[in-house]
Write a protein of this length. Structure first.
Length: 316
């Protein structure tokens, strides 16, 4: 009986095994360790999580479209880059022109490196300059005192349409070109004191302040009616110039006239007032200095009747 049971169970097991599908068995032997995954006899089956990770990896490492296109048969067309904006200078020009520190001087240095440029003001004091340096176009105030400048040329201030003040005190200037200042449309203040100037050039009508004290104008250094058309002039200082007369006519706008330490010997009754109009009053002209001149102011009392104050000078 036991033998029959064993035969029956063996036949049943054999039938079950024969009905099962036949699959190749992958043997994980050491000979497979050096074989690439693609060459293995049977592909591995990953679960869903592994497939998801693989998909994310492939997406993350995919080449950008622009790089993929670069490998295609059609070459890429490079778009032109935008040109960088050219830096603007103090004078509004480009860096290819005069440089970021202003135009070059005769010494080969930019003006704003040799001098000091603060905003639109240029300071060139005490630098032993022998000529006016080229200035940035936007210069409004220019100071070049205590130098060795001997001459003012015609184009030293050309095209400086914003220039309002020039101060060249304490130089060796003896010659000024006739048109050096006349073409400056906004010039208001001109200071040329303590030089060797023998002749005043043409002056722009925009001037409100003139100081040419301590020069060598003498008898002929100021032309006739030199200040007639300067309708905005308020301060006129011509001290220490060996003048022998008061330069007439003087504009009605004048407030201060300093002529001390000259050689003025006489004055006319209509120098400041109108001889035929006794009602005329010149209220603006309050400061007249004639001290240090060989003139007796008491000899021409009617010359001051229209003034708010008497001139300062010798009354004996």
């Amino acid at each position: 009986m036991q033998t029959f049971v064993n035969i029956f169970m063996g036949f049943f097991i054999f039938k079950s095994v024969g009905a099962a599908p036949i699959t190749d068995t992958v043997i994980y032997d050491s000979e497979f360790y050096d074989i690439p995954l693609g060459d293995l006899p049977h592909p591995f089956v990953y679960d869903e999580k592994e497939q998801s990770d693989q998909l994310e990896t492939e997406i993350g490492t995919a080449l950008p479209s622009i790089i993929q296109e670069s490998y295609s048969s059609t070459p890429l067309t490079e778009e032109p880059e935008e040109e960088a904006s050219t830096p603007k200078l103090i004078d509004g020009s480009s860096a290819q022109g005069s440089g970021v520190l202003g135009p070059q001087t005769q010494d080969g240095l930019p003006t704003c490196l040799l001098c000091a440029c603060l905003g639109t003001t240029v300071y060139c004091d005490d630098h032993e300059l022998e000529a006016v340096p080229p200035l940035p176009k936007e210069t409004t105030y220019f100071y070049s005192r205590y130098n060795r400048i001997r001459k003012i040329n015609r184009n030293d201030f050309a095209n400086l349409n914003n220039l309002k003040r020039i101060d060249l005190s304490a130089n060796f200037i003896s010659e000024i070109h006739e048109d050096a200042f006349r073409r400056l449309p906004q010039l208001e203040e001109l200071v040329l004191r303590d030089n060797r100037i023998r002749q005043l050039p043409e002056l722009p009508s925009t001037l409100t302040f003139i100081d040419v004290s301590k020069n060598s104008l003498g008898r002929k250094g100021i032309r006739n009616e030199a200040f007639k058309d300067l309708h905005e002039l308020q301060h006129l200082y011509i001290t220490d110039n060996n003048l022998d007369h008061i330069p007439l006519p003087l504009p009605e706008s004048l407030q201060a006239l300093h002529l001390q330490n000259n050689n003025i010997q006489e004055m006319h009754e209509d120098t400041f007032c109108k001889m035929k109009d006794f009602t005329y009053v010149r209220r603006a002209l309050e400061d007249i200095r004639l001290d240090g001149n060989p003139i007796n102011l008491s000899k021409t009392p009617y010359a001051y009747m229209c003034l708010p104050r008497l001139p300062v000078g010798n009354l004996i």
